[in-house]
Design a protein around this ligand. Structure first.
Ligand code: SAM
Length: 263
């Protein structure tokens, strides 16, 4: 069986994460989370914090943030960014842990599960365990924001790989190109999972491939009605659902941005 999280333990998946995801790949999410932090206050708990793409700017904005992730390699990338910034590092606690079963012995005013990370938990009972754990770590009335993709069944049935993602990283004259190509995309409609096998390539400024690696992930999709019931089952009241970070109304096949409150 394919490791559902191989992408985040492999060398190139981790090394290329920031150029692939840090260049506006998720339009407007940071601004949205900063707005929520202003409105709901801290401390903030970020599930699947990864390389600190959001954790660090939230701390820079003055909030105490706890970033939890299962991948030591992703967390090492995050910590390295703060090696010379003790004033920001002091506002962040990193935890290498599984979001399905963590115990931090403190509670938070706001918890976020950004970048469609809950899909990496591929059993329904485990997705429920994540929400139950989050609920236990929220103050009464605390808020939870979860970002998911909304399954587009035409695309899933077609099992059609997305167009390759190409990003640039580095500083002139050593700008490298990172290319991520989906080699296959297989769905299991009984389990609501999609497994993507990808080729990651690093090209030098002359276009020569200098490193490459095959990797994969498995994602479990969650339709809107299922998510609404799951939140209710785990002790949350849904306050809003948007289809993007501009707060557009819910829509089919786009994103799901849930704002819920512990009740
Ligand atoms: C798409 S990245 C999101 C990183 C970061 N939050 C961001 O917005 O850029 C998904 C992250 O989920 C983490 N992850 C996957 N399964 C996990 C689990 N069971 N518990 C904790 N983290 C997990 C991976 O290691 C990876 O860093």
């Amino acid at each position: 069986m394919i490791d559902p999280n191989a992408y985040y333990t492999s060398g190139l998946g981790v090394r290329t994460y920031d150029p692939v995801y840090g260049t506006g790949a998720i339009s407007g999410d940071l601004e949205f989370y900063l707005g929520c932090a202003q409105r709901y206050g801290g401390p903030i708990l970020e599930m699947a914090a990864g390389t600190g793409r959001l954790t660090i700017p939230l701390a820079e904005a003055g909030f105490d943030v706890t970033g939890l992730d299962i991948s030591a390699a992703m967390l090492d990338m995050a910590k390295a960014k703060l090696a010379n910034r003790p004033e920001i590092a002091n506002r962040i606690e990193w935890h290498e842990a599984d979001m399905r079963s963590f115990a931090l012995n403190r509670d938070f005013a706001l918890a976020i599960v950004p970048a469609r990370s809950l899909h990496h938990v591929i059993a329904p009972e485990d997705q429920r365990a994540v929400l139950q754990c989050l609920r236990r770590h929220l103050k009464p009335g605390g808020h939870l924001i979860i970002h998911l993709f909304d399954p587009d069944f035409d695309r899933l049935v077609a099992e059609k790989p997305p167009a390759p993602t190409v990003r640039e990283a580095g500083e002139a004259p050593n700008i490298h190109t990172i290319r991520r190509t989906t080699l296959s995309c297989r769905c299991d409609f009984l389990r609501q999972t999609m497994t993507e096998v990808m080729l990651l390539e690093l090209l030098d400024p002359r276009g020569q491939v200098i490193a490459q690696e095959e990797t994969s992930w498995t994602l479990r999709w969650i339709p809107q009605q299922e998510m609404a019931y799951l939140l209710e089952l785990c002790g949350f009241k849904v306050r809003a659902l948007y289809s993007d970070f501009k707060q557009s109304p819910p829509a089919y096949g786009r994103d799901q941005v849930w704002v819920a409150q512990a009740c």
